[in-house]
Design a protein around this ligand. Structure first.
Ligand SMILES: NC(=O)c1ccc[n+]([C@@H]2O[C@H](COP(=O)([O-])OP(=O)(O)OC[C@H]3O[C@@H](n4cnc5c(N)ncnc54)[C@H](O)[C@@H]3O)[C@@H](O)[C@H]2O)c1
Length: 276
């Protein structure tokens, strides 16, 4: 018995990197997998790997950055397996540049795949889940979106936007038994090839992140929803937005008083620790 017997999981951008590792682990646990990627060769290769290991999978070659792409992915799931119990929005690209050099194309292409892609891939699946007893959706943010990263204003904006999308989607999903998680993964993949220091590449394999996804989408996480987990190859932790102590405003709070009371309301600047 697998943890995901009888389930159908759609994974976007599953032709390589993290998505491939998620696909292989979920298939091992009994899920039938819809392997989306806009790279047909890579999507078909992952389908072949799943089938060679005794699992069931189908390729859905489409661009997640359009409504038509999202609908085509969902249609493949329906036509092949007749269900859509799990959706992992994972597809992504980088177009890094320090802010002054950032072009409109770099902004649009990154926001399109990540942020619009989450909308496009999710809407048809969410509708089906709503009408068919629920499901689990995982959206992919990033340490860059949650904490910032030099040269990634486009990517950070898109990834933090996904976090906001996820928070609201979780509230809507709760009405229909649809659980919504957000993952901020960190792994050595084609996407992070030039970004990660060589000494951590060996430990930060996508396979070490995949069990966090399995926890999120399986019954192991019960009815939990609306949570964000950072997961690298060397640690995992929950991430939450926190508010600092409140400074009361009775109608006469001045800028000078705010400055004078900094120690009473300002949070320390340590921030989140995404280091290994
Ligand atoms: N690797 C990391 O350290 C890291 C860190 C934070 C967040 N992430 C996020 O994790 C996700 C997976 O990243 P990865 O590191 O495995 O990258 P990757 O480049 O190895 O894999 C991404 C996959 O998405 C596919 N893809 C890209 N655009 C697509 C589109 N429009 N439609 C369909 N498929 C598309 C690519 O072909 C590729 O197979 C991304 O959302 C990324 O932003 C990764």
């Amino acid at each position: 018995m697998g943890l995901l017997d009888n389930k159908v999981a759609i994974i976007t951008g599953a032709g390589g990197g993290l998505g491939r590792a998620y696909a292989l682990l979920l298939a091992k646990e009994g899920a039938r997998i819809v392997v989306n990627d806009f790279n047909a060769d890579n999507a078909n290769k992952v389908v072949g790997e799943i089938e060679a290991a005794g699992g069931k999978a189908v390729a859905a070659v489409a661009d997640v950055g359009s409504v038509a792409g999202g609908e085509a992915i969902f249609a493949t799931a329906q036509k092949t397996f007749g269900r859509a119990d799990i959706l992992i929005n994972n597809a992504g690209i980088l177009r890094d540049k320090s802010f002054i050099g950032l072009t409109e194309e770099m902004w649009d292409s990154v926001v399109n795949v990540h942020l619009k892609g989450a909308f496009c891939a999710t809407q048809p699946v969410f509708k089906w889940m709503k009408e068919n007893g629920g499901g689990v959706i995982v959206n992919t943010t990033s340490a860059s979106g949650l904490g910032g990263n030099f040269g990634q204003t486009n990517y950070g904006a898109a990834k933090c936007g996904i976090w906001g999308f996820s928070n609201s989607l979780a509230l809507e999903g709760k009405k229909y038994g649809i659980r919504v998680w957000t993952i901020a993964p960190a792994a050595a993949t084609a996407l992070s090839a030039g970004v990660l220091p060589p000494e951590i590449v060996a430990a930060w394999t996508p396979e070490r992140v995949a069990p966090v996804i399995l926890y999120m989408v399986s019954s192991l996480s019960g009815d939990k929803t609306n949570r964000t987990i950072f997961a690298s190859g060397t640690k995992m932790m929950e991430v939450k937005m926190v508010g600092g102590p409140a400074l009361r405003n009775t109608g006469n709070l001045t800028a000078q008083a705010i400055a004078a009371a900094e120690k009473d309301w300002m949070l320390d600047s340590k921030g989140l620790d995404f280091n290994p």
